[in-house]
Design a protein around this ligand. Structure first.
Ligand SMILES: Cc1ncc(COP(=O)(O)O)c(C=O)c1O
Length: 391
C-alpha cells in the first residue's frame, strides 16, 4: 500500500466535532467523517494555496468544473455538462435551498426511514411536512415498500422525494431496478426527485452504484443530484459540494434561491481540494476502499464471534455500519447512553434516523484498525456489563 491508513492521528483539541464533543475517556465512533489523513496531494494543494498568503474573494476556475465532469465520466460513465453544475458550500444547505425553491409551507416531502436525520430536520426547518415510506427490514437486509411508496405519493400530493443513494444509514446501494421503479412512480405522479449521492464512491466489492439521473433522459430532467468529495476524501470541513441540474427550468429557479441564500461562495481551499481529489487522488480512494473492506470484514467477524446477540446489517456501501440490537431488548437511545457511560464508546442510536431505526445502532468504521479493535472491545465489554445490570 502506498498510503498509510494505520497512522493514528490525534484529533483531540483541534476543534474536532467528532472528538472534542466527546468525553475524554470515550472513543468516538459516531459522526460521519474519517480519522484518516487525507491524500497527500490534497494537503499539497492546500499548502500551495496557503503559501500564496492572500485569501480574498475567489472565483471558481474551469478546472473545478472539469474535475467534477471527469469524475462522473471516469468512475460512472455518466456525461454531464458544465452548465448543469451548481457549486455550493454543502449538501445540507443545498437540500434546504432545493426545498425552499420547489415547495411552499405545508408541502409534503417523501423520505425513506430510517434515513440520514438531516433530511427530516431540513424539511421541518423549511416548514414542510415529512412523509415516510418506511424501508422494510427483512432477512438482515432492507428493501423498498413500493406499494406504500405509490400510495403515499398518490394520496398526498407529494412535491419532492429525497433519495439517499447509496443509503445512509442502512448501507444499501439501490440497484437499477429499484431506482427505475422509484423514478417511474415519481414521473407518473409528478414528483421531483432529489438524489443525495454523497456516498456514491464508498461502495463495497460486488456492488454497483448507479447515478439516478443517468438512467434515462426523463429521469435526468426530473431530478436534482447532490454530491460532494467530502465523504470520499475526508474534507467535510472544507465546504465544497455540487448540485447537478440538467433541467434548465429547474436550474434557473434553483439558482435564484442559491444566490439568495448566499451558498455559492465556496471556501478557497475547498475549491482546490475538490479539484485535486477528483483529478489526482483516485489511487488514494482505491486503497481506502481496500482498507474499509478489511475493517468491515473484521467487524462482521468480531461481532459474530464475540457479540452474537448483535447482527450486522449486510453492508453494501458507506463506512457507517448498521447493527441490529433487537435481541438485547433495549431501546437504541438507552443503549447508546449506556454504551457511552459504561462501555466508553460513542455510537449513534438508530432511533436518531427514524422510529423504525430504534432496534439498531450506527457505528463508524473509518478509522485505523487499531482504533476499530479498541472500539469493538469497548462495545463487547459495554454490552456485557449492560446485560448484567439489566437482569
Ligand atoms: C446522506 C448525507 N447527506 C449529506 C450529508 C452532509 O453533507 P454536507 O456536510 O455536505 O452538508 C451527510 C453526512 O453525513 C450524509 O450522510
Amino acid at each position: 500500500m502506498k498510503y498509510n491508513f494505520d497512522k493514528i492521528i490525534n484529533r483531540k483539541n483541534t476543534n474536532c466535532y467528532k472528538w472534542d464533543t466527546t468525553k475524554e475517556d470515550v472513543l468516538p465512533m459516531w459522526v460521519a467523517d474519517m480519522d484518516f489523513e487525507v491524500a497527500p496531494k490534497i494537503i499539497d494543494s492546500i499548502i500551495k494555496k496557503a503559501q500564496h498568503g492572500v485569501f480574498g474573494y475567489t472565483m471558481i476556475p474551469k478546472e473545478y468544473y472539469e474535475a467534477e465532469i471527469y469524475w462522473w465520466k471516469k468512475k460512472y460513465n455518466f456525461e454531464i455538462k458544465k452548465e448543469w453544475i451548481e457549486p455550493t458550500t454543502g449538501v445540507i444547505p443545498s437540500l434546504s435551498s432545493i426545498i425552499q425553491t420547489f415547495c411552499e409551507s405545508g408541502d409534503k416531502i417523501l423520505i425513506q426511514s430510517p434515513v440520514y436525520h438531516y433530511f427530516n430536520i431540513s424539511i421541518e426547518n423549511n416548514n414542510c411536512e415529512v412523509l415516510n415510506n418506511n424501508l422494510i427490514y427483512e432477512n438482515n437486509n432492507y428493501k423498498i415498500d413500493f406499494e406504500d411508496f405509490e400510495n403515499k405519493i398518490r394520496n398526498n400530493k407529494v412535491k419532492l422525494f429525497i433519495l439517499s443513494n447509496p443509503h445512509n444509514p442502512v448501507g444499501r446501494v439501490w440497484n437499477k431496478n429499484e431506482l427505475k421503479k422509484m423514478g417511474e412512480l415519481c414521473l407518473k405522479y409528478n414528483v421531483l426527485v432529489i438524489s443525495d449521492e454523497i456516498h456514491r464512491d464508498l461502495v463495497y466489492k460486488n456492488y454497483c452504484y448507479t447515478p439516478f439521473a443517468s438512467i434515462s433522459e426523463e429521469f435526468l430532467q426530473n431530478s436534482i443530484t447532490c454530491t460532494s468529495a467530502s465523504k470520499t476524501f475526508n474534507i467535510a470541513g472544507l465546504k465544497a459540494s455540487n448540485i447537478i441540474v440538467a433541467n434548465k427550468n429547474l436550474r434557473v429557479k434553483l439558482n435564484k434561491v442559491l444566490n439568495r441564500n448566499e451558498i455559492k461562495s465556496l471556501n478557497i481551499f475547498g475549491i482546490d481540494s475538490l479539484t485535486t481529489a477528483y483529478l489526482h487522488c483516485e489511487d488514494w480512494l482505491d486503497e481506502l476502499l481496500i482498507y474499509l473492506e478489511k475493517n468491515k470484514d473484521y467487524l462482521i467477524d468480531y461481532i459474530k464471534k464475540e457479540i452474537p446477540e448483535l447482527e450486522v446489517v449486510k453492508p453494501e456501501a458507506t463506512y457507517l455500519l448498521w447493527i441490529d440490537i433487537s435481541k438485547l431488548n433495549i431501546s437504541s437511545t438507552k443503549l447508546a447512553n449506556k454504551l457511552e457511560n459504561i462501555g466508553k464508546i460513542r455510537i449513534i442510536s438508530g432511533g436518531t434516523f427514524g422510529k423504525n431505526g430504534d432496534n439498531f445502532i450506527r457505528i463508524n468504521i473509518a478509522c485505523p484498525l487499531k482504533t476499530l479493535k479498541d472500539g469493538l472491545n469497548r462495545l463487547k465489554n459495554g454490552i456485557n456489563q449492560i446485560k448484567t445490570l439489566e437482569n
